[in-house]
Design a protein around this ligand. Structure first.
Ligand code: TXA
Ligand code: MG
Length: 320
């Protein structure tokens, strides 16, 4: 069991010793290590069981830190930083030699962001190094949005979980890169594409290719519960496939009245608020995964704003 608490000095002390520590962010919990210590970073991969070709995000204390680690920052990137940092926007920028190549798997660009969580920002300010941190889930499983998710999944392998409560956004950061004058979205996330476009003009999307080494976050099977998980835009119709099974529904804003026995229904936002739904999504998936259901059927969200990112995660969780 990892010790859980809100002591940033304790967290800092483990990090200084080269040990990985779970940290809260506004998106999901991260599994953090000293980004400048290659041996410490390797421990992240070992704890997560994550393939080394999947690069890590560098978490900085503030935007003033940026130029220590990257170069050739385009004007558009500065505008996005002004608007969204601290916050759930990750930028892919050309790395300086100060960033160990294990962080980027030898690629020329590093992913950077300033997380918007008071505890983690304080922590970053008292340590003399940035934190490399992927989401604190075992590779391929649902990301953690509460300290207890981390405890359940990897608690035995780390000394400390910095408990910052529920993650307010609940879905990972949006990842953006730049090519010439183009802004490219590599991963949908907590900053909606529409919000980015108010600053950059229209963006393009990195073409999903399961085998592309450039963006392993795009691995299609990802964020999955252990229970078979299906995504549908027609619940009624989908029921035909699961007759006699113990079904759980993961729904946006209202319950589903069926003439069959439904084991469980989880309504993410009775208020009809997609932001609220996003913040509760992974916790609901964790919970439903523990109910011993035969199948979880999730309802597709409206395909706009944060709904796009929610649909992306539901799609990756789903059985193909
Ligand atoms: O919200 C978040 O971004 C959370 C919190 C903890 O900050 N972190 C997170 O990290 O989601 P992770 O490792 O689970 O997903 C980050 C993804 C990687 O899977 C990878 O695809 C992409 O970011 N990435 C990181 N560095 C990259 C690079 N140099 N080039 C291309 N993609 C990169
Ligand atoms: Mg992840």
């Amino acid at each position: 069991m990892a010790e859980t608490g809100s002591d940033i000095y304790k967290a800092a002390s483990f990090l200084r010793q080269g040990l990985p520590v779970a940290i809260p962010t506004e998106t999901v919990y991260g599994l953090a290590a000293n980004a400048l210590d290659e041996a410490a970073v390797r421990k992240i991969y070992a704890v997560k069981n994550r393939p080394l070709h999947n690069p890590l995000i560098l978490h900085l204390a503030g935007k003033e830190e940026l130029e220590k680690y990257v170069t050739n920052v385009p004007e558009t990137a500065y505008k996005l930083i002004e608007r969204f940092w601290p916050g759930p926007l990750t930028l892919l920028l050309p790395k300086k030699d100060t960033v160990p190549s294990i962080i980027t798997h030898g690629m020329p660009r590093v992913a950077v962001r300033v997380p918007d969580h008071p505890l983690t920002l304080e922590l970053l300010k008292i340590i003399p190094f940035p934190l490399a941190a992927p989401s604190a889930n075992p590779f391929g499983y649902i990301s953690p949005t509460q300290a207890k998710h981390v405890q359940q999944q990897i608690g035995e392998k780390i000394p400390y979980i910095l408990d910052g409560g529920n993650c307010t956004q609940g879905i990972e950061s949006t990842i953006v890169g730049f090519e010439d004058t183009e802004t490219i979205v590599y991963r949908l996330g907590a900053v909606a594409v529409e919000e980015i476009e108010t600053i950059t003009g229209s963006v393009s999307f990195y073409i999903k290719d399961e085998n592309a080494p450039q963006a392993p976050g795009m691995l299609l099977k990802h964020y999955s519960p252990h229970t078979p998980f299906f995504l549908t835009d027609n619940i009624q119709e989908s029921l035909l496939n699961f007759k006699g099974q113990k079904i759980g529904f993961l729904l946006f804003n209202k319950s589903f009245i069926a003439d069959i026995n439904i084991a469980h229904q989880e309504i993410l936002s009775p208020q009809n608020d997609m932001r609220e739904a996003a913040s509760r999504l992974y916790a609901a998936m964790h919970q439903m995964d523990a109910y011993g259901l035969d199948v979880i059927i999730a309802e597709k969200f409206p395909d706009s704003g944060i709904g796009k990112a929610i649909n992306d995660r539901l799609g990756r969780a789903a059985v193909k």
